[in-house]
Design a protein around this ligand. Structure first.
Ligand code: ATP
Length: 359
């Protein structure tokens, strides 16, 4: 287990593209960190700089307090699982898992003991004599992970390791990865663009966009206290609803509804008078009907999607559209006129210009 420290790390590719800007993060021993963000935001580049596969253009990268910018991947003692993993087709599962240790010249009996232990953690004990072609995608992925964790390194890096699996296998492997982390305890950095993977696996999440860190926090912090519109919209499914509006006499119009911002803006009312703001609320924060201490909104139902445990109701109020998550037993009819309530405490306001949350 190792402590990692990235200080003002930048990546400028040889063609001049600035892919990562001033990345700062300290990772504790044994922590599970997830880098999340849309395609091209710099997640893989950052991971590859940590692995030693990509030069760091400026800034410091320290492992256990020692600067390692110039060290190669092997000397950094990291294990990496990639999106596309290549198993050796002519080797059995046993030999694939053992490969790294065999190369290091580790004794056969030690290899056998470690392979058996690794296979047990990964549920591969019954498959050790098989060749990769006789395995499912999920089993192959587990062999690839086994090949990495058997090395007992302090740092474990994973770049979208589940992206080649189907939805069901992804859910199973996700919990297995959590389990492996609990047992092996290695400091782990995991890259994904899937916010569910991020939320379920991470001790802390790093949300990135266009090469910039947007926010670093626990899943709970990101969900309840997003710093800006991007993070608020990225974490949560369906995403947070946003209504862009002008503040006039302390109110905003949402279709026919006029909402008094006093309960949420309080003493900052004057500051935002005449300005554009973004009014945000999560689909799951609403209640149908008229409630106390809440905004009451009249809207029309455009569509309902029954998902089993809940229904997503698409509503429109004037020009504004929103998604509401409701109990399937309460699903309103199509074209029905409904009233729903958004508790004041569940409202997020953002400055439209800076996109930063108004606290
Ligand atoms: P994805 O989820 O699609 O893998 P990512 O967040 O991992 O995306 P990176 O692969 O880190 O993104 O790429 C970040 C940016 O750097 C992208 O705009 C990409 O086009 C650019 N980039 C990556 N490799 C190079 C390179 N060798 N030269 C120039 N630009 C590059």
């Amino acid at each position: 287990m190792s402590t990692l420290e990235l200080k003002n790390v930048n990546k400028i590719y040889p063609n001049g593209f600035h892919a990562v800007h001033d990345f700062n993060l300290t990772i504790d021993k044994g922590e599970f960190i997830v880098f999340v963000g849309p395609s091209g935001c710099g997640k893989s580049t950052t991971l590859r700089m940590i692995a030693g596969l990509e030069d760091i253009s400026s800034g410091d990268f320290n492992i256990d307090g020692k600067r390692v910018n110039e060290l190669g991947p092997r000397e950094r003692e990291v294990a990496m699982v990639f999106q596309s993993y290549a198993l050796y087709p002519n080797m059995t599962v046993f030999d694939n898992i053992a490969f790294g240790l065999t190369l290091q010249g580790v004794d056969d009996d030690v290899i056998e003991e470690r392979v058996l232990k690794t296979a047990k953690i990964l549920g591969l004990t019954d498959y050790l004599d098989r060749f990769p072609r006789a395995l499912s995608g999920g089993q192959r992925q587990r062999v690839a992970i086994g090949r990495s964790i058997i090395r007992k390194v302090g740092i474990f890096l994973m770049d979208e390791p589940l992206s080649n699996l189907d939805a069901k296998q992804r859910v199973t492997m996700r919990s297995e990865i959590a389990q492996i982390h609990r047992e092996a305890g290695a400091t782990t950095i995991y890259v994904t663009h899937d916010q569910t993977e991020a939320m379920t696996l991470a001790d802390r999440i790093v949300v990135m966009k266009d090469g910039y860190v947007q926010q670093i926090g626990t899943p709970k912090e990101l969900y309840f206290d997003p710093v800006n519109v991007f993070v608020a919209g990225f974490i949560g499914e369906p995403p947070m609803n946003f209504i862009h509006a002008n503040v006039k006499n302390g109110r905003i119009a949402v279709g026919e509804n006029s909402l008094d911002l006093t309960p949420v803006l309080k003493n900052r009312m004057a500051q935002y008078e005449g300005k554009r703001i973004v009014f945000g609320f999560r689909p799951e924060a609403i209640e149908l009907g008229k409630k106390e201490d809440a905004y009451q909104i009249n809207a029309l139902v455009e569509l309902s999607e029954m998902l089993g445990d809940n229904t997503n109701v698409y509503v429109v109020a004037g020009e504004e559209r929103a998604i509401l998550k409701v109990d399937p037993h309460d699903t309103p009819e199509m074209d029905a006129a409904i009233t729903f309530s958004i508790p004041y405490k569940s409202v997020y306001l953002f400055d439209e210009e800076t996109e930063m949350v108004i606290k």
